[in-house]
Write a protein that binds this ligand. Structure first.
Ligand code: ZN
Length: 210
């Protein structure tokens, strides 16, 4: 597991102080974007670009807001004692992330399955757990492990299986321009790793007819 919870272990700050720090950071980021535009040969003062640095700063803060969140708090109280011990699968969870090598988007679908061991999670929480890790600078491989690890921690299930199918704009827009290639990653834990039948059922359900 890669630990990327930047908020963890920090002393709590007053909301006003946090807001002020956020505003300072946004202003500094906007100055950098203005400089970047100039270095690219643009005129940051021309009409269409004048407010772009502030917009980009706000957009980047939003696209990386997962650093300030963690799976435990988004799941909150939505854990329920339940003897159900068959596989639960939620597939086609849409996600958007930024690749940490090029700061370009990669996006696609996450399929999440788990076998409960005494507790289940509210299904609407699974996309929110994905958001916590997708809204950071990522590589697809680590995103897959992050989601699997978070569900293991929060749910303590008998097993977890994650498959992510994504396309990467850094592959599509630049260099080789392989427009149609899709990257598939998976992570299996517990019974999904140890039991071939469970893993086979998982993959059949993920790839089965919609
Ligand atoms: Zn990339």
């Amino acid at each position: 597991m890669t630990a990327t919870h930047v908020e963890t272990g920090r002393p709590p700050r007053a909301a006003g102080a946090t807001r002020a720090a956020g505003a300072t950071r946004a202003a500094r980021l906007a100055r950098l974007v203005r400089r970047q535009l100039a270095l690219l040969g643009e005129d940051p003062e021309r009409d269409g670009l004048r407010r772009t640095p502030e917009r980009v700063a706000r957009s980047l803060a939003w696209l990386t807001r997962g650093y300030a969140q963690e799976a435990e708090s988004v799941v909150g109280g939505a854990l329920f004692e339940e003897p159900h011990d068959n596989m639960v699968l939620v597939r086609d969870i849409e996600f958007y992330s930024l690749c940490e090598h090029h700061l370009l988007p990669f996006f696609g679908k996450v399929h999440i399955a788990y076998v409960p061991a005494g507790r289940i999670v509210g299904l609407s929480k699974l996309p929110r757990v994905v958001e916590v890790y997708a809204r950071r600078l990522q590589v697809q491989e680590r995103l897959t492990e992050d989601v699997a690890g978070a569900l293991e921690r929060v749910l303590r299930p008998a097993g977890v299986g994650i498959v992510i199918e994504a396309v990467h704009l850094c592959m599509m827009m630049r260099g080789v321009e392989k427009q149609s290639s899709q990257t598939v990653t998976s992570a299996v834990r517990g019974t999904f790793r140890d039991c071939p039948m469970t893993r086979a059922e998982f993959l059949r359900l993920v790839h089965g007819p919609r």
